[in-house]
Design a protein around this ligand. Structure first.
Ligand code: C5P
Length: 294
């Protein structure tokens, strides 16, 4: 076992596009989503402890469900079970910045970072692919978050294809402070008569303009149903679209967080400042959405 503490960043996930088909026999919906990760997120650190324990801190800690439902502990137990080592112990600290039930993969990103951190701490010889497989039982977005790089996510979320060429993008993430349950949004989507899942693979080349054109041609199929459930989402999109230099605004995941894309970091920062000034009650962050490293 490793002697020193281990830390892992849990970046917020953004679904640039999200196509959703009709639910299968297991109740889950097939998805096709282009997923990228922000330079804003939570932090997981792991050190020596008795058994498995979780301590929460940071601005988002109060909003979290505590043990034993927390996805971080679920992931830790799943990892121990997968390697058949119930003796492994660790004390885990989650520093929470990203809001939960926000469409930013908060809980999934934490679970994924916990898997990466614990695998290092316990010196388990597991690939990212193996960790993603273990994470898929914890939540549909966990495999994508284990990889934490630009990727196309299909199946129920467990099929991952990293992009080989994708540019970094500058964005503003805005959350109106209302939690939205993923399950409720999928149910509302079912009631509208789900769309046929037809998608074009992301472009192979990687300029910002090509990426923006491709994203604009896509959609988030859950957005109309989520807006219907939670009107604050429509308000958030309207406010983002009104920002100077906003190229496109869309909801991420099942909401309520939305993102706006800008030409560069300066424009995104100016947009975030303007929105924070008018909506001090919202969570507003300028972020860089990392590109694929060739
Ligand atoms: O897998 P996870 O626990 O994150 O999913 C939360 C809920 O979202 C599921 O219970 C299901 O109702 C819905 N879901 C779905 N299809 C997916 C992913 C999630 O219907 N591909």
């Amino acid at each position: 076992m490793s002697t020193g503490a281990v830390s892992e960043f849990a970046p917020a996930k953004v679904n640039l596009t999200l196509a959703v088909g009709p639910a299968g026999a297991d109740g889950y919906h097939p998805v096709d989503s282009l997923v990228v990760f922000a330079d804003w997120g939570d932090a997981i650190s792991v050190g020596e402890g008795d058994g498995l324990s979780l301590q929460l801190k940071g601005p988002g800690a109060r909003s979290l469900e505590s043990e034993p439902k927390n996805l971080v502990l679920k992931a830790a137990y799943a990892l121990r079970a997968a390697v058949e080592r119930p003796d492994l112990s660790a004390s885990i600290v989650l520093d929470k910045a990203v809001p939960v039930a926000a469409g930013l993969g908060g809980g999934s990103a934490d679970a994924a970072a916990a898997l990466r951190a614990l695998a290092r701490f316990w010196e388990l010889d597991l690939s990212r692919k193996q960790l993603a497989e273990i994470g898929s039982v914890v939540g549909s977005d966990v495999p994508a978050c284990v990889h934490s790089r630009p990727l196309r996510m299909t199946g129920r979320g467990e099929r991952i294809a990293p992009l080989v060429a994708w540019p970094g993008l500058d964005a503003v993430i805005a959350n109106p402070g209302v939690p939205v349950a993923t399950k409720d949004v999928f149910e509302a989507y079912d009631a509208t008569g789900p769309q046929i899942l037809a998608c074009t693979p992301p472009p192979a080349a990687g300029t910002v303009e090509q990426a923006l054109d491709w994203i604009a041609a896509g959609a988030n199929h859950l957005q109309p149903s989520a807006q219907h459930l939670e009107p604050a989402i429509a308000e958030t999109l309207k406010a983002l679209r009104a920002l100077q230099g906003c190229r496109l605004a869309r909801m991420s995941g099942s909401g309520a967080s939305c993102f706006a894309l800008f030409d560069d970091e300066r424009a995104a920062r100016a947009g975030a400042d303007a929105l924070s000034a008018t909506r001090p009650d919202w969570i507003v962050r300028p972020v860089h959405l990392a590109g694929a490293v060739a």
